[in-house]
Design a binder for this molecule. Structure first.
Ligand code: UDP
Length: 321
């Protein structure tokens, strides 16, 4: 089996590469290093079943060649991270939509399997907790650029499913909830690496809003196992799957837990959203997935709880610099 991972030098992509190599795949990675990092794949370079190219997925000739060589394409290349989305909405929309167009168009020519990585942002402000794959999406207005990410990923899902229905292309969609673990960077807004770094430096932990908003964090290893499993099951094509955890924690409790676990002297600083991002910024209050559909398909169950995720990530970040 030969896999192409777009965005394979990213945090999640690099773990997926590792997982597929374990499953004896030949793995090609394409990444333009816009948010990915070469260090993420350093350890894989010596594996003779691993190859990588630093280039953009908009390079259609190159992509045609890579798609041709693959039996399955994992499309993870995307603009990610709330901070990045707020700062660079044009790039977010263009990368997400055009990139997916390129992948699907080329895959269709050769009838190659595609797994698209989508996001829990898709559910937007929906209050239909837990989120089921067939639940409604609820987005804010277009003047608030945060929503451009969710809507662009929704277009990706529509397009992927349209290729499945109209062109009989085997496409599966995975909606990833907050995915965390060692190697994730806090540069684009992700809360756990940010809090751990702040705690290790004895700086204030920057809790946005009142900190009562909650999330369920999933270990990246569990996520990539599920993505790889989905790609290997015929029944998955034409379907959408939530991949996440149901262990909920408020951001304020998360900050307190990280301070305790690192033995830090840090305090918590509450920062209004408009100061953290931009005026009129809307956050999601709660985000809990229904994971029964992926559970039925693959037997998926998160295997690493939050405590252990934090332990591993703290350990990694202590030794990183
Ligand atoms: N957050 C925070 N402080 C930070 C970064 C993030 O309080 O320094 C909050 C953010 O407002 C959100 C939650 O942590 O409520 C998770 O943020 P993240 O960007 O990691 O993921 P999201 O769920 O927003 O995609």
């Amino acid at each position: 089996m030969k896999a192409l991972i777009t965005g394979g030098a990213g945090f999640i992509g690099s773990y997926l590469a590792e997982e597929l190599l374990k499953r004896n795949y030949h793995v090609w990675v394409i990444d333009d290093l816009s948010t990915g990092r070469i260090e993420n794949i350093d350890a894989l370079k010596s594996n003779n079943k691993f190859n990588y190219i630093i280039d953009t997925i908009m390079n259609k000739n190159l992509m045609a060649e890579l798609v041709d060589r693959s039996s399955v394409i994992f499309h993870l290349a995307a603009a990610v991270g709330v901070q990045l989305i707020v700062d660079q909405p044009v790039k977010t929309i263009e990368t997400n939509i055009k990139g997916t167009e390129v992948v699907l168009e080329l895959a269709e020519k050769k009838q190659k399997k595609v797994v698209i990585a989508s996001t829990s942002e898709i559910y937007g402000k929906s209050s239909q907790i837990p989120f089921t794959e067939n639940g409604d999406m609820l987005f804010g207005p277009t003047i608030r650029s945060r929503w451009s990410y969710a809507v662009s990923k929704a277009i990706d899902e529509f397009l992927g499913l349209a290729y499945y229905y109209e062109k009989k292309l085997p496409v599966a969609i995975t909606r990833l909830f907050n995915t965390v673990g060692p190697r994730q960077t806090g540069r684009y807004g992700m809360v756990i690496p940010r809090f751990i770094k702040q705690a290790l430096n004895n700086e204030s932990l920057t809790v946005y809003g009142d900190g009562n908003q909650s999330r369920c964090f999933t270990y990246v290893g569990d996520v990539v196992t599920a993505i790889a499993d989905v790609s290997e099951l015929k029944e998955a094509f034409g379907q959408v799957y939530n991949i996440g955890s149901t262990e909920e924690i408020t951001i304020k409790d998360l900050a307190e837990k990280i301070i305790k676990m690192t033995g830090s002297k840090s305090k918590i600083e509450f920062i209004p959203y408009e100061k953290a991002y931009s005026s009129g910024f809307e956050d999601m209050n709660r985000r809990i997935p229904d994971i029964s559909k992926i559970g039925k398909l693959t037997g998926y169950k998160p295997s690493v709880n939050l405590e252990e995720i934090l332990k591993r990530t703290i350990e990694y970040m202590r030794n990183a610099d």
